[in-house]
Design a protein around this ligand. Structure first.
Ligand code: FES
Ligand SMILES: [Fe+2]
Length: 431
């Protein structure tokens, strides 16, 4: 449990708050590269700051405060030009670095442009990587934007999925170091949901967790597990899964980031990779599609049919900012206690002018950074189609998108084209 005061310290994300300052030492994914190709201006709320992201006609990305310096018009309705973003109200134009580059009427009446020099917007750096646009809201110099090895895996189809989750970031990240929830929230609950829908597997309960281990490493924490059907030789014990620091999760075939929108909203970002069968190699993906998953069904209930939708039910169910003063943490929560301790250490580090855990500064070391993964060989080398068919787990990942509800047909078709394998639309996953 945490006192209300400590809970506040870990959950508030605005400028000047202890955790807000820690999170501002890291890059965060905020949009898909393809989104700005479709529409070059996008409002973004990040850590309590209202911003607008744009790509100007010269291809430069900008992220600036959302209200025009003139009379506060909404720059999300501005339009891009060769250099920068122009306010749609009276035409003031801002470059990607926030500088006001033009004030059409003022420039006529005052050739010295005195007002223009006072009219800069707060601006933040933006970088494109792995199909995503990443923002950094902290003090200069910005650290390295992590170059994780999976971003370089070949012969795969990648998609990015966003979901807008109405709760605080920390409870979503605590899910990244919570092995037991797989047994219940995914395996057992999915069985019951299928039973309710008349597709009952009648298969009782999933194998129980028998032993857990948690350990820190440079880029986060690893958690390891043994269940009734595995032993100490199993990769989920010898390698484990990665709670990626400070707000990510890496599960071998996909990353999830939990990006704080404000104290009570989080943008869930999923980067999902499926290796094409050998028969479809070589495959080079020219554009990574991104889409937004719904989280509520037509009847107002949360969607429960897909893996991360199920997680979202867990997260939002804990309350907008969960009350950690009434928790009863057990042995399964040792990882959660480690995570919170590290966050308090990070707050101290930033207060004392040091980098928090996970910040990389050395460009030489930030190249194809290795992350432990229980099936790395498979992702690196792939499988022939016949072997895919023999493995229920890989076959399911190849033929269904199990992580989020609402995958657009265009993305499903692009995946089919990449893999050469027909996809079935999962109404309700079956794990
Ligand atoms: S409010 Fe933006 S130019 Fe006037
Ligand atoms: Fe989960």
């Amino acid at each position: 449990m945490l006192s209300a005061e400590k809970n506040q310290a870990l959950t508030q994300v605005g400028p000047g708050t202890p955790m807000g300052e820690v999170l501002r030492r890291h890059w965060h994914p905020v949009a898909g590269i393809d989104e700005l190709e479709r529409r070059p201006v996008k409002p973004v709320r990040l850590m309590g700051e209202d911003l607008v992201l744009f790509k100007d006609l010269s291809g430069r990305y900008g992220l600036v405060e959302r209200r025009c310096r003139h009379r506060n018009a909404d720059l999300a309705y501005g339009f891009v030009e060769a250099e920068g973003l122009r306010c749609n109200y009276h035409g003031w134009r801002y470059a990607a670095d926030g500088r006001c580059a033009e004030q059409p009427y003022e420039d006529v009446v005052d050739p010295q442009c005195r007002l223009r020099r006072q009219a800069s917007l707060q601006a933040y750096p933006v970088r494109a990587k792995a199909g995503l646009l990443w923002a950094y809201l902290g003090p200069a110099p910005a650290p390295e934007l992590p170059d994780w090895e999976p971003f370089h895996w070949a012969n795969g189809f990648v998609q990015v999925v966003f979901a807008e989750v109405p709760c605080n970031w920390l409870q979503t990240q605590e899910n990244s170091i919570d092995p037991v929830h797989f047994e219940w929230m995914h395996a057992n609950w999915t069985r019951r949901l299928n039973d309710e829908a008349g597709r009952g597997s009648g298969a009782g309960y999933a194998p129980r967790h028998l032993k857990l281990a948690f350990e820190a490493f440079e880029h986060g924490f690893l958690y390891k597990r043994i269940t009734e059907d595995t032993d100490e030789q199993h990769p989920l014990w010898t390698i484990g899964r990665v709670c990626l620091w400070p707000n990510g999760f890496f599960l071998g075939d996909h990353f999830e980031w939990r990006v704080p929108v404000d104290d009570t909203n989080t943008l869930s970002v999923t980067w999902s990779f499926i290796r094409v069968p050998r028969e479809a190699e070589p495959y080079v993906q020219t554009e990574i599609p991104s889409w937004t998953s719904p989280i509520r069904a037509a009847d107002g209930r949360w969607i429960t049919s897909h893996v991360i939708n199920q997680d979202i039910v867990g997260w939002v169910g804990q309350g907008a900012v969960t009350d950690r003063s009434r928790e009863l943490l057990g042995a399964s929560d040792r990882g959660i206690a480690m995570l919170r301790r590290q966050l308090f250490d990070d707050i101290d580090a930033v207060r004392n002018g040091r980098d928090p855990k996970g910040v990389m500064r050395d460009p030489q070391r930030n190249q194809r950074v290795f992350l432990p993964s229980d099936h790395r060989d498979f992702f690196l080398h792939g499988l022939p189609l016949a072997e895919y068919r023999r493995d229920p787990k890989w076959w399911r990942l190849l033929t269904q998108f199990i992580f989020h509800a609402g995958q657009p047909d265009s993305v499903r078709r692009a995946c089919e084209q990449a893999t050469g394998v027909a996809q079935s639309r999962a109404e309700m996953i079956d794990l």
